[in-house]
Design a protein around this ligand. Structure first.
Ligand code: BES
Ligand code: MN
Ligand code: ZN
Length: 487
């Protein structure tokens, strides 16, 4: 998809569609006014009759509008003017683009940003790119047809470029999540990262195979992967945009390319979307892709722990005691609590690589979805200031996250009579937090924020602004954190 900007008046541009925005107070923006005047008061009339309301995300295509050269005018609702932010901009543009992408269209011009800030336009451009990509990778007849060229009125080159880069990165994460597990497994994920490195100038990509993981004492990660014929991998991407001794940010992702639950096998219904379980790793990848292509002048390392959690004669077992990279021993009481075992070793690697602060992303617990619903990520931390940074970055992007407590009492639940800790809590209550308490054992006291994306990483159904499947949630937040990073 191409993204450019245009200075042509809205009535004169000859494209497949022009998109205008409308707040629910009915006040017409300059572009909407131009259409209204050219079409003899059409917009005003439709608003007065309640045909268009300006409600956030409402999309109304108007065909054959008099006085306008474009084949159609799409009116997209922007909600209450006082609630408008980057998230509304993203979702409104995405909803309009998604509707238009139902057919092949060469050029669509967005005239929504008469009074948007550059950052709001960037969010809108990103949304437009996300809205027109679906999960129909393997369908002959596509549901979505990415728009050939997105034109954005009013934006400058820097904004169209950054909006496009971030949009491509979110779509990259979505595509990788949407790939079936027979295509996306630890080795193929790692190979694809190496391929990608050619096009986006990562400073370094390192892949650890099983032999290296053994040498590096990643016993917890290796145990999870042992039940699969597909060997495990750890991928490390380095972006050194800052000075050599600038502080290092680490992004860590859970990359379980398929989670059957292992011997603690999941019921079929709970397993059918478990290709999504590498979303944390795909999010880290998407963010690293954006950070390197935006040339953000900071030092970041992206770490992805890649395994397949299956059952076989060689699976790890209940009662096994594993030794993680930092020497802590772990009693396994449920092989379906595998994500924390993978992350345990990868977090240790992040610490050993010299990370000053850490963020991990993981589709870690169903309990987090029970607590917060499908659209909200859980934040858990050992350092309130660092969590506040992540939380406000998410709020700035309009991505939903909510903090859960990390009271010391929860740690009691992961004590084990036979090892240093065990991999599940007592019973199922507070499961998102006991999982985070487990992770905390492996960050060596470094400022760390855990983002449980079990809900928002994957949409089981279509949404007005996005087709079902991988959502690319939190790529934008990570880019925002990187932009604001000063150690
Ligand atoms: N990958 C799952 C969590 C998950 C569930 C993600 C639903 C997305 C949607 C994770 O590995 C898991 O199975 N967690 C268990 C933990 C339990 C055994 C302590 C869970 O949530 O049931
Ligand atoms: Mn599991
Ligand atoms: Zn899992």
């Amino acid at each position: 998809m191409n993204v450019t900007h245009t200075d042509a008046p809205i009535t004169e541009i000859d494209v497949d569609a022009v998109v205008v925005g409308l707040h629910c107070d009915g006040r017409l923006s300059p572009s909407a006014t131009a259409v209204d005047e050219a079409a003899g008061g059409l917009m005003t009339r439709l608003f007065e009759r309640n045909e268009i309301t300006g409600k956030a995300g409402e999309v109304t295509p108007l065909l054959a509008v008099g006085g306008v050269r474009a084949a159609q005018v799409v009116v997209v609702g922007l909600g209450a003017a006082g609630d408008f932010d980057n998230g509304v901009a993203f979702r409104a543009a995405a909803a309009a683009a998604r509707r238009l992408a139902a057919k092949e269209r060469q050029q669509v011009a967005f005239y929504v940003d008469d009074d948007w800030s550059a950052r709001q336009s960037e969010s809108g451009i990103c949304g437009a790119m996300v809205g027109c990509v679906g999960q129909d990778l393997y369908r002959a007849e596509k549901n979505r047809h990415p728009i050939g060229e997105i034109l954005w009125a009013g934006a400058d080159d820097a904004t169209t470029t950054s909006g496009r880069i971030i949009g491509e990165s979110v779509n990259l994460t979505r595509r990788w999540v949407n790939e079936p597990p027979e295509k996306m497994y630890p080795e193929s994920f790692a190979e694809r990262v190496v391929e990608l490195a050619g096009t986006c100038q990562f400073d370094e990509v390192v892949v650890w195979d099983e032999k290296r993981l053994e040498e590096e004492r990643c016993g917890a990660l290796l145990a999870v992967g042992r039940g699969s014929v597909r060997p495990s991998r750890l991928v490390m991407i380095r972006h050194m945009g800052g000075a050599q001794d600038d502080p290092l940010l680490a992004l860590v992702g859970k990359g379980v390319t398929f989670d059957s639950g292992g011997l603690s096998i999941k019921p079929s219904d709970g397993m059918k979307t478990m290709k999504l379980d590498m979303s944390g790793a795909a999010t880290v990848l998407g963010a690293m892709h954006a950070i390197s292509r935006l040339k953000i002048p900071i030092n970041v390392i992206g770490l992805m722990g890649l395994v397949e959690n299956l059952l076989s004669g060689d699976s790890y077992k209940l009662g096994d005691v594993l030794t993680a990279r930092n020497g802590k021993t772990i009693e396994v009481l449920n092989t379906d609590a595998e994500g924390r075992l993978v992350l345990a070793d990868v977090l240790c690697v992040a610490v050993d690589q010299g990370a000053d602060k850490i963020i991990d992303l993981a589709t870690l617990t169903g309990a987090c979805v029970v607590a917060l619903g499908e659209d909200v990520a859980g934040l858990m931390t050992n350092d309130q200031d660092w969590c506040d940074v992540v939380s406000s970055a998410a709020a700035d992007c309009g991505e939903r996250a909510w903090q859960l407590p990390m009271f010391a009492e929860y740690s009691q639940q992961i004590k084990s009579p036979v090892a240093d800790i065990k991999n599940i809590g007592e019973g199922r209550w507070g499961g998102a937090i006991t999982a985070a308490k487990f992770l905390e054992e492996f960050v060596d006291g470094k400022p760390w924020t855990h983002i449980d994306i079990a809900g928002p990483a994957f949409a089981e159904k279509d949404k007005p602004h996005c087709d079902g499947g991988g959502t690319g949630a939190f790529v934008r937040t990570l880019v925002e954190v990187a932009r604001g990073w000063d150690g």
